[in-house]
Design a protein around this ligand. Structure first.
Ligand SMILES: [Fe+2]
Ligand SMILES: [Fe+2]
Length: 475
């Protein structure tokens, strides 16, 4: 028998203390979650006291508490943004009807699938990042890694809450399965491709949190519009935490670039070998990592034409990014959108029904947002007086999903043949030699205020603490 007082142990605003069925379901699941954390969560971290923020309410003025905690004892809270009893569905065929507090029978299977697919990404990224603590470039970065890991754990709790609360026995089975699939496992992998890739080093981690956590932002934003009100309110709150994950990625890559630029100026060279010999990551390698993470991440939005996307929208399950700010009819019947295909060896645009192209619409919104941050990285180079610029590759580059899957394309968007692809692949995507070089830089630096030689210190610390604060106390 569990003796945990769940309403105390799990900070929540969902009246957990009053729902016995839900408590029983969570009591069954919680020990499995802890086992999962011990087995495939952050390696060797059990005794660390980590300076973490914990969500304790949804008040925008003060939703988080900071303090040193052991991650195993993190209080994985369950929070829904405040509800509006009069909220109306604002897109699709049910537009103008009252938002649902329970799952309508006819949408049950699709909603379950949407929640499971989102939920599956959360533990997957923890698994992908589990070795990184052993090679952290600083104590500050180690703390940020762990912050992201515990919050992805909390996001898993958020999805499990919805499954256990609203989907009965099926939901409980799905909640169990979320702890059984494993990133990269041959027999029982995570659901989506990018979540089965390795995150072998810290440059990959920063690219992942910049690009792939941003996919999270767009998916969560689309779900925050949902007619199923508990899903909308849950995902809105998750977005609050997601901002920090993307910050870690953007500032992380930015600090790598800043350090490289500094060494390029000191040595007065843009020669990759000389930069590497000085212990920094050359801009070519950074560009190849960018190409990889960007292309793998835009695949996450799914096929460019999808009848499921149309069904999810029309039935009110999943909206568009910032649906409420758009000025069209929010029904989209009879409207069209441009998608790409290859015809006679050339990329061409074609108009397709917009409802079927909603994955592409979300992908294009993501692309706009991603490009903005790459522009901020380029500012670092500009300030340092270095003429090289980073660019996102063409949207058809290295795609595995949709009409562009399997087409060989240069980063600039030129269709190439197999021979050229084979010859240029290692200029366009990280080679095994690139990975080996970056891996060779990954040593553990964890004295407060010290940083590995390939990355600049951050401008400021976390929660107004100094950069050399003791963010992690090793037990
Ligand atoms: Fe997440
Ligand atoms: Fe995240």
């Amino acid at each position: 028998m569990s003796t945990i007082n769940y309403s105390e142990k799990i900070p929540n605003n969902v009246n957990l203390g009053e729902d016995r069925t839900l408590q029983r379901a969570l009591e069954g699941w919680q020990p499995n979650f802890i086992n999962w954390w011990d087995d495939v969560g952050p390696e060797g971290s059990t005794n660390h006291d980590v300076y973490l923020r914990t969500a304790v309410s949804v008040d925008p003025q003060g939703w988080a508490q900071f303090g040193h905690v052991k991650m195993r004892d993190y209080r994985w809270g369950i929070f829904l943004n405040p509800g509006d009893a009069n909220r109306e569905i604002h897109f699709g065929d049910h537009k103008g009807e009252k938002a649902w507090q329970d799952v309508p029978g006819e949408h049950r299977a699709n909603l379950r699938r949407i929640i499971v697919t989102q939920g599956d990404t959360e533990p997957a990224s923890v698994e992908q990042q589990r070795h990184l603590g052993l090679t952290a470039p600083s104590m500050y970065d180690l703390r940020n890694l762990f912050q992201i890991n515990v919050e992805e754990g909390r996001h898993l709790w958020a999805m499990v809450y919805l499954l256990q609360k609203h989907f009965g026995r099926d939901g409980r089975e799905e909640a169990d399965a979320l702890l059984q699939r494993t990133s990269g496992d041959e027999n029982n992998p995570r659901i989506l491709g990018a979540f089965n890739e390795r995150t072998p080093d810290w440059l990959a981690f920063f690219m992942f949190t910049y690009f792939t956590d941003r996919d999270g932002k767009f998916q969560l934003s689309a779900l925050a519009e949902s007619a199923f009100d508990p899903l909308a309110r849950t995902t809105k709150f998750m977005l609050t935490e997601e901002a920090h994950h993307m910050f870690v990625g953007e500032s992380g890559v930015s600090r790598v670039i800043a350090r490289t630029a500094q060494v390029m100026n000191e040595l007065k060279t843009d020669d990759a070998q000389k930069i590497r010999a000085a212990g920094c990551i050359d801009l070519g390698t950074i560009q190849r990592y960018l190409n990889f993470h960007y292309s793998v991440t835009i695949d996450l939005f799914g096929a460019d034409q999808s009848s499921n996307a149309a069904i999810f929208y029309s039935s009110g399950l999943k909206g568009r990014y910032e649906e409420g700010k758009r000025t069209d009819d929010h029904i989209l019947k009879g409207q069209t959108y441009k998608v790409l295909e290859v015809k006679d060896g050339q990329l061409v645009e074609k108009d397709v029904p917009m409802l079927n192209a909603l994955n592409e619409v979300l992908r294009d919104d993501f692309i706009k947002d991603s490009v903005a941050g790459v522009g901020r990285w380029n500012k670092v180079l500009e300030k340092a007086g270095i003429p090289t610029r980073l660019v996102v590759p063409h949207k058809a580059f290295n795609r595995q999903i949709g009409a562009l899957a399997g087409i060989k394309m240069s980063p600039e968007g030129r269709v190439v043949n197999e021979v050229e692809w084979a010859a240029k692949r290692d200029e366009w995507l990280p080679s095994s030699e690139d990975f080996a070089f970056v891996a060779s830089l990954m040593g553990r630096v964890v004295e407060p205020g010290k940083f590995a030689g390939w990355i600049s210190p951050p401008v400021m610390g976390i929660n107004r603490q100094p950069v050399d604060f003791e963010y992690v106390r090793f037990g």
